[in-house]
Design a protein around this ligand. Structure first.
Ligand code: DC
Length: 228
């Protein structure tokens, strides 16, 4: 094989549905899955636990490089995330952890430390990579790049339902504010800002079901295969 395993990148803002879609696509294709947002969340969580949220950038990057992370699926088919051997699945998905993640994501040395961690997920038969900069920075040579978006109101509603289903209580108004703040931080930052790669296909999922989005992307994967 002259080139490494194929990669399908799914980038987009918080609540665009990319996590669910990426998981569905990985299952349908039988490929590995990278949830890069979870890596930033784990760095934020680990830094907070060690009392280092305000520590120098290099210290937080050292945490990012040294974390022992495992992504598992339990008997019910639910995801399970272990940080240094401890189950942190519920904590990782809280809004608080999302805020911590968004802050550490501003640090260049942290992004640099996570670059090789993320690239190590690229293994045969292929990888579906979910994040903000998968197509622009981490896998610029990806076979297919998708930028998934949805209106801010629709994204807040989806996030609200998702958290409620997990038993995590939060108000819709607070969630909308949080999503807008986070969008602003993610798209205005100078390092790896959230934007579609020049060669990405943009898909607005505001009025589409999960099945419709999954089918559309699978169709694009097949088209790509047919032309390669
Ligand atoms: O997708 P998520 O909500 O789990 O991401 C949490 C934060 O991590 C998000 O606010 C921005 C950051 N992030 C990033 O900067 N780059 C990525 N590839 C993924 C996430």
């Amino acid at each position: 094989m002259t080139r490494s395993a194929p990669v399908l990148t799914i980038d987009g803002p918080s609540g665009s549905g990319k996590g669910t879609i990426a998981r569905r696509l990985a299952e349908a294709l039988g490929w590995h899955l990278l949830d890069s947002g979870a890596l930033y969340r784990l760095v934020g969580l680990a830094a907070e636990r060690q009392g280092k949220t305000g520590a120098p950038e290099a210290d937080i990057a050292a945490i990012a490089a040294g974390m022992e992370i495992r992504f598992l699926t339990d008997e019910q088919g639910e995801e399970q995330i272990l940080l240094d051997g401890e189950d942190v699945t519920t904590e990782v998905r809280t809004e608080e952890c999302g805020r911590l993640a968004s802050r550490v994501a501003l640090l260049g040395l942290v992004r640099q430390a996570l670059q090789s961690v993320q690239q190590s997920f690229r293994k045969p038969p292929g990888l579906v990579a979910d994040g903000r900069d998968m197509g622009t920075q981490v896998f610029p040579d990806a076979d297919l790049k998708v930028f998934l978006t949805a209106s801010a109101g629709e994204r807040a509603k989806r996030r609200y339902k998702q958290l409620k289903d997990k038993g995590i209580g939060v108000s819709l108004a607070a969630l909308s504010r949080d999503i807008e703040d986070r969008d602003r931080r993610d798209s205005e930052r100078s390092l790896a800002p959230l934007r579609p790669a020049d060669d990405a296909r943009v898909l607005d999922s505001s009025k589409l079901t999960i099945d419709e989005v999954t089918r559309t992307v699978l169709e694009w994967v097949r088209e790509k295969h047919a032309t390669n």
